[in-house]
Design a protein around this ligand. Structure first.
Ligand SMILES: [Zn+2]
Length: 449
């Protein structure tokens, strides 16, 4: 049993002072407030619960910055996707493990303590299943163990190139499954998970799966979460309307019993009716605003959605830049630029934009990854401590602390991060950062040579 003591900590009921947290077996076993530290307690200033990163494709970290040059005048998401397909043409499972470990180290250093890996790179370079159908899932598990991050694995079902069961393109051969060979992959993946990992299921998108296939794979989620890409691109919305006369989120709400088990990734392009229905469904919108900005996707209607009581989590998606605070900031800034107002996502009950974004993403993220979040007995001991001597924190109190972190600090404001009770980040740096980044450099240099 170890004890951490904090001058203040954000508990589920709000800020508490002089907080002593007992940890055993990776979980929080006691939380006591207004208590003095005892000899042997490790002392820090401010504790926050770690955030869940609801959406990642770990291998894409290796191509970050490689698609920022103009290829043609109408470059967009679809031309980026061609660059991504070429990048993964050569990736081996060892490459995936090395690149993903780097992404996960960066997630921990930025305050994420669990990742939802939307894992679709299942097949060998020639498109055939590996002898072990969970070969690449094993690479993801290895990256999670190297970094120490919590893992919710979301094996992806991907079978088609567009709406209506269209044939896949050659560049999609490493993603493809059939109904028959997907269940063995899911079960083989499950057998590789460490004890505190979770597994759900991810129908890739309505572009990649037919309604019959969707119905067939959902039972494979068991009690885990269900994630799907939806409405990231207007071309996708238009193609969905041409196929079904409904928009993607509308189609899912009408046909897929969307509820609290679901996380709709992006959900960027919503009509007002879709926005209100999604908010009422209890599902989580998985917002990835840094990637969505990078890819030119569009702006999620966050003001209306939060006003309707909608839940969201944040994800780093393409991992172009891995930073929890940057995701939260980008949600608010996209609304300011749209509405030409400030503090758009605060409300009467919570005037601090940073705190409202953080606490909403904390709850929605935990729901979307199938875990209990927050600093409470029984939850995984996933904590982040902030450096209150950082210049961005000068004069900050608990009322303004989140706004300082989200809007005015760089990631160096994070001091320590514990995951499952183990301190993985100290002084802002992951304990294995040197070794992981060396393997990452070697891997990416080899891939690009
Ligand atoms: Zn994605």
């Amino acid at each position: 049993m170890t004890h951490l003591w904090f001058e203040n900590a954000l508990l589920p009921q709000g800020w508490a002072q002089r907080v002593r947290i007992g940890i055993s077996g990776g979980c929080i076993v006691s939380v006591d407030a207004d208590i003095a530290p005892l000899p042997g307690d490790e002392r820090h200033s401010t504790a926050l619960p770690g955030l869940c990163n609801v959406h990642s494709h770990g291998f894409q970290r290796g191509m970050a910055g490689l698609s920022e040059r103009r290829g043609r005048p109408d470059d967009d998401f679809w031309s980026w996707r061609e660059v991504m397909y070429r990048f993964l043409d050569r990736l081996t499972p060892d490459d995936i493990a090395a690149i993903t470990a780097q992404a996960y180290v960066e997630m921990l250093e930025s305050g994420f303590t669990r990742v939802g890996e939307f894992h679709y790179l299942h097949n060998d370079i020639d498109g055939r299943r590996y002898a072990d159908p969970a070969e690449t899932a094993g690479a993801i598990v290895a990256a999670a163990q190297t970094s120490g991050i919590g893992l919710t694995l979301l094996p992806v079902f991907y079978a088609h190139g567009d709406f209506g069961g269209a044939a896949p393109a050659p560049g999609q051969r490493r993603f493809l499954s059939t109904i028959d060979d997907f269940a063995p992959l899911v079960e083989a993946s499950r057998s590789k998970l460490p004890a505190d990992a979770r597994q759900g299921i991810a129908p890739h998108s309505l572009r990649a799966i037919t309604p019959d296939e969707l119905a067939a794979i959902l039972p494979l989620a068991h009690d885990g979460p269900i994630h799907i890409h939806a409405a990231e691109q207007m071309r996708e919305v238009e193609a969905c309307v041409a196929w079904s006369r409904a928009r993607p989120v509308e189609w899912l709400l009408d046909h897929a019993e969307i509820d609290a088990r679901w996380c709709l990734i992006h959900a960027t392009h919503l009509s007002d009716a879709e926005c209100d229905r999604l908010a009422a469904s209890g599902a989580v919108a998985g917002l990835c605003p840094v990637t969505e900005a990078n890819l030119g996707d569009g702006i999620f209607p966050a003001e209306r959605y939060l006003g309707a009581g909608g839940r969201f989590g944040v994800g780093t998606d393409s991992n172009i830049l891995v930073d929890a605070a940057a995701e939260l900031r980008a949600i608010e800034y996209s609304q300011r630029l749209t509405h030409r107002r400030r503090a758009v996502l605060a409300d009467d009950r919570e005037p601090s934009v940073g705190k409202r974004l953080f606490t909403t993403a904390l709850q929605g993220g935990a729901q979307a990854l199938g875990v209990a979040g927050g600093l409470q007995v029984g939850a995984s001991a996933d904590l982040v401590s902030l450096d209150r001597t950082h210049p961005a924190m000068a004069g900050a109190d608990t009322d303004t602390l989140f706004d300082r972190w989200v809007f005015a600090a760089r990631s160096s404001v994070i001091d320590c991060v514990w995951r499952g009770g183990r301190k993985q980040v100290e002084g802002g740096r992951h304990v294995a950062a040197g070794q992981v980044s060396e393997a990452y450099r070697r891997t990416v240099a080899g891939l690009l040579s």
